[in-house]
Design a protein around this ligand. Structure first.
Ligand code: ZN
Length: 151
């Protein structure tokens, strides 16, 4: 990353970790708990799916390092109100962005793109992926029934 990008990355991560967006719980939503013991990050993700499986509402609570919290905050902004297929596409592209050397289609990822720098640091990848893995689990648990995630 060049210096300008590095500055922007720092600003965005700090801003989201200090003032997380969509922070809170949703009654009756799919609930998934995720943690990253190596860093001490925790997240509880709440996803309310619409009748057709889209992401009607999404919120999170949690604690941990700036990257884990900022990634969760940015993720909820990007996934909220998205049809199921689009949400799945964003999830897949973000995973590619931070875990591989190939460049995915980053359309719709917004500031999440700034997290691509973590790909060089396996421990940080876990922080950045924590919320997205929780969302992946929420997707697999469906969209109609209220479930409690394991743990
Ligand atoms: Zn972390």
């Amino acid at each position: 990353m060049n210096d300008d990008l590095e500055d922007l990355y720092q600003q965005v991560i700090l801003d989201h970790s200090k003032r997380p967006r969509n922070y809170g719980e949703i009654a009756g939503a799919v609930h998934v708990h995720g943690d990253n013991p190596s860093c001490g990050d925790e997240i509880a993700l709440h996803v309310k799916f619409s009748a057709d499986g889209g992401v009607e509402d999404i919120k999170f609570t949690g604690s941990g390092c700036a990257i884990s919290q900022a990634s969760a905050s940015i993720m909820t902004m990007k996934l909220k109100s998205k049809p199921r297929a689009e949400a799945g596409r964003l999830l897949g592209n973000f995973k590619t962005l931070v875990t591989s050397d190939t460049e995915p289609d980053t359309t719709g990822l917004g500031d999440a793109v700034l997290l691509r720098g973590v790909r060089k640091f396996p421990q940080r990848v876990k922080c950045a992926m924590l919320a997205w893995r929780a969302f992946e689990q929420a997707l697999s648990e469906g969209g109609e029934v209220t479930t409690e995630g394991p743990g």
